[in-house]
Ligand binder design. Sequence first.
Ligand SMILES: Cc1cc2nc3c(=O)[nH]c(=O)nc-3n(C[C@H](O)[C@H](O)[C@H](O)COP(=O)(O)O)c2cc1C
Length: 262
Amino acid sequence: MLQGEFVKMILCFSGTGNSKFVADALSEKLSDKIVSINDILKKNKKREFKSEKPFIVVAPIYAWQLPQIVNEFIESASFEGSDKLYFVATMGKDTGKTDKYCKKLCKKINMTFMGFTGITMPDNYIFADAMKSKEENEERIRNSLPAIENAAELILSGEKIKRTDKSSLRGLKSGMVNKMFNQYARNDNGFVTSDKCTLCGTCVKLCPLNNIKIKKDKIEFLHNCTNCYSCIHHCPTQAIDIKGHTENNGRYVCPDYKTFVK
Ligand SMILES: Cc1cc2nc3c(=O)[nH]c(=O)nc-3n(C[C@H](O)[C@H](O)[C@H](O)COP(=O)(O)O)c2cc1C
């Protein structure tokens, strides 16, 4: 019987809390602990995981795939105990063919692919669109609960999970468009701070890649950005923008699971 460190099995990456919300919900239903990928990246901790039960990766969708940083993380990690891996992604609209890439990833690292599913949550991609109202976001989160419950039940019974979202041009979006996003768009080139910035350090503290520092009373972005948008959405004075794109698009942070479902 494996014990102690072996209980950990949900690996979660999250920028604005949607994936953390889903990980918290799964953790409650499956009685398992969450390991924060953000924290491991930030503190450059070891990537060695042991679990007697299947591992579950929970992460957002960026340009119709898991974030590249998450793919790289999984590839560089060592998994002991179970050889099974589930993927639960959170999305604003659709996941494209992320399932196919997760399957490929499992093959590469010699793990058994137990399936992929996407949970619809508020869309935090304010580069393209304005956030919806607080009420609409909360309704979306509430509507996600049965899908999370369903995924938890399947995982608990050891069955495979499946993508349920549908969209057109899935191959193109998760293939070429994703490649272009990672090559040309996923950066902090347009990131600026306005005079609303109070140098409170929230962005510095939250950035999972330590890409932000305060230098001579100014925020500096160090050009190693994964575009999780954590800094933009969490800034208490809304002082961070992607110039010309996010100024009027609102901000969003997912409510805490435990408080939300009470
Ligand atoms: C850079 C970026 C790219 C995104 N691309 C997609 C996408 O291709 N499809 C989609 O449905 N949602 C997309 N989204 C929305 C997020 O996947 C969604 O809001 C997710 O739940 C955010 O999770 P988090 O709060 O855990 O970071 C994108 C968001 C960002 C920041």
